[in-house]
Structure formats: structure tokens, C-alpha cells
Design a protein around this ligand. Structure first.
Ligand code: ATP
Ligand code: ZN
Length: 284
């Protein structure tokens, strides 16, 4: 039995999807230019599709699981299960208005025309906020709609905001924060569920490792307890004697978010020769 996974054929999610599979020990590089590829070392078959089609294919059971942006999942609004957030493809779905506009809040949109490729999400948002606006669906180049007089505002995906800026627009309201997720059909047999569990276990290990660094440093023995207190580690730090008397080597793991602050404290506490290296997998 093979699990069938749908990923984007080409575009912003393709490379990171392949990279994630690779980090999970699943190699599909033999079929990248085809419609589907089989992994040699894991019971999985990968289908390459347009991202917009993935929710439908998974709902229909043509694929068992898929990797797609939350924006697409909520827009297509199919009965699917979101199994895991994957930490890439991050963007937000935002309302933007002309730079010259004095935007004071969502009620600004009352009676206005908003162009978007996300009519389902936008309509729901406006309804929740009690705003009556005309939602005008267009499939691409949404950001030019205000300058050609097609709409008063837009609702589109943003990552840096530079596209908005160069089209004379300002971001006014974020209505959804999105990242790539793993979705599954709601009807899976026990055998496929078991393969998914194996895959999810690997994905978790890869994700944990992504935020974590391995740190090695040298410490004078009389400062050891102070330095160890700064480094929680997985259980507790490893301490090994250096060849030079009175010194030890300390090994531990660090969360990337606390990284610079802890490094500063370690230096202040007398740590020297600090090395920080990436971790590939973390199995806890
Ligand atoms: P396809 O040909 O598969 O339909 P597409 O042109 O619709 O591709 P892409 O632009 O490749 O889609 O974007 C795919 C997904 O990447 C988006 O649905 C979204 O989840 C995510 N994404 C991340 N950052 C951005 C961004 N700045 N703009 C658009 N999408 C982004
Ligand atoms: Zn698309």
C-alpha cells in the first residue's frame, strides 16, 4: 500500500515541499518533471498539481494527503483535516487601500468595492465584522485594481508588502495569517493512517530541529554552575574535561528564539570559544 501525497507542481511551495520530504528521508527526485513520482525508500507516491486543485483532489480521495497554503484550504472550504502546520510558505491575506487614503478601520470598506481572488474568506470576514461591501472576484493581478479604477480596495496575499507599495497601496488590515499545512481526506483506512503517523513523526523531528541549535563552548570550571544554569539542554548539558586543567567543554541545545540573549549571557559568565551548529533531526 502506498500513501498518495499531492504537492504543488511549481511555484512558491514546490521547493520547500520537496525539501521537507527530503529532510524526512523521502527522496522523489527521480520524478520531478513528471506528473507523479514514487519514493524509493518510503511507501509514498507524490502527485504534482496546481495548488488550487489540491483540496479538491484530496476531498475526492484521488490523493490521501496534500501540502497547500492555509489560504487555499479556507478559500476552497472543503471537508478536510489539517494534520500539521509546516512552517514554510508564510504570508498573510490582507486588505489594502490607496496610500493617499486615510484608513481608520474596517468600516472604511462600507459601501465600497473590494477586488480579490479570495471571495469566500473575504465575504466571511466582512460579514463577521458587519460591513457591507461589494466583493469583486478577479483571478490575478489584483494589486492593480485600484489604480485602473476597478475597485476601492483589494484583498490579497502579502509577504513583504513591496508589491503593494510599488502599486501605490498601503496594507490596512490582516484578515488571515497563512502557512503551508498538511491536509488529509476524512476517509482513510487504518493502513494509510499508519503511514501518515510515520510521516508525521518524521515531520515533527524535522520541525523541532529547525528551531534548535547545538552549542559547544569552553568554560572555566569555577564558572561551570553559572553557565550550566543558562543552558537547559534536552535533559541537561554534557560536560567534558578539556586537556587544559581547570577547563571544561559544555555541549547543549538552544532554541533559536532565545539564541542571541543566551549567547550574550554566556559570554558575560566567562564562556569562550562558543560554537553553534545546526541540528538536522531531533527525536525526543
Ligand atoms: P499554481 O500554479 O500552483 O496555481 P499560484 O500562482 O496559485 O500557483 P504561488 O504564487 O506559487 O501560487 O503561491 C502558492 C502559495 O504560496 C500561496 O497560496 C500561499 O499559500 C503561499 N505564499 C507565500 N508567500 C506568498 C506571497 N508573497 N504571495 C503569494 N503567495 C504566497
Ligand atoms: Zn494557484
Amino acid at each position: 500500500m502506498k500513501l498518495r501525497l499531492a504537492i504543488q507542481k511549481s511555484g512558491r511551495l514546490h521547493d520547500d515541499s520537496i525539501k521537507l520530504l527530503k529532510e524526512c528521508g523521502i527522496d522523489v527526485s527521480n520524478g520531478l518533471n513528471k506528473l507523479k513520482a514514487e519514493a524509493s525508500n518510503f511507501p509514498i507516491e507524490v502527485y504534482f498539481l496546481r495548488d488550487d486543485d489540491i483540496p479538491q483532489y484530496v476531498e475526492d480521495g484521488v490523493a490521501d494527503i496534500g501540502i497547500v497554503g492555509e489560504n487555499v484550504v479556507y478559500e476552497k472550504n472543503k471537508p478536510l483535516t489539517v494534520l500539521n502546520k509546516l512552517g514554510f510558505g508564510k504570508c498573510r491575506l490582507s486588505v489594502a487601500v490607496r496610500k493617499s487614503e486615510n484608513y481608520t478601520g474596517i468600516s472604511f470598506l462600507e459601501g465600497k468595492k473590494v477586488a480579490t481572488s479570495y471571495p469566500v474568506i473575504l465575504t466571511k470576514y466582512l460579514k463577521d465584522k458587519g460591513v457591507n461591501a461589494e466583493v469583486h472576484e478577479i483571478s490575478g493581478s489584483v494589486e492593480i485594481a485600484p489604480s485602473i479604477g476597478l475597485a476601492d480596495a483589494i484583498c490579497d496575499l502579502v509577504s513583504s508588502g513591496s508589491t503593494l507599495f510599488s502599486n501605490g497601496l498601503q496594507e490596512a488590515e490582516t484578515i488571515l495569517s497563512s502557512e503551508a499545512v498538511l491536509v488529509a481526506t476524512n476517509s482513510l483506512d487504518a493502513g494509510k493512517k499508519q503511514i501518515i503517523d510515520r510521516l508525521l513523526f518524521r515531520i515533527e523531528s524535522v520541525k523541532k530541529a529547525r528551531n534548535t541549535k547545538y552549542i559547544l563552548l569552553n568554560a572555566p570550571n569555577d564558572k561551570l554552575s553559572e553557565i550550566i544554569a543558562l543552558l537547559p539542554g534536552m535533559k541537561s548539558p554534557t560536560v567534558l574535561p578539556l586537556a587544559e586543567p581547570g577547563w571544561s567543554s559544555v555541549h547543549s541545545v538552544l532554541n533559536e528564539n532565545d539564541f542571541w540573549e543566551i549567547i550574550e549571557q554566556l559570554k558575560a559568565a566567562g564562556a569562550q570559544g562558543i560554537l553553534v551548529v545546526p541540528i538536522e533531526k531531533m527525536v525526543i
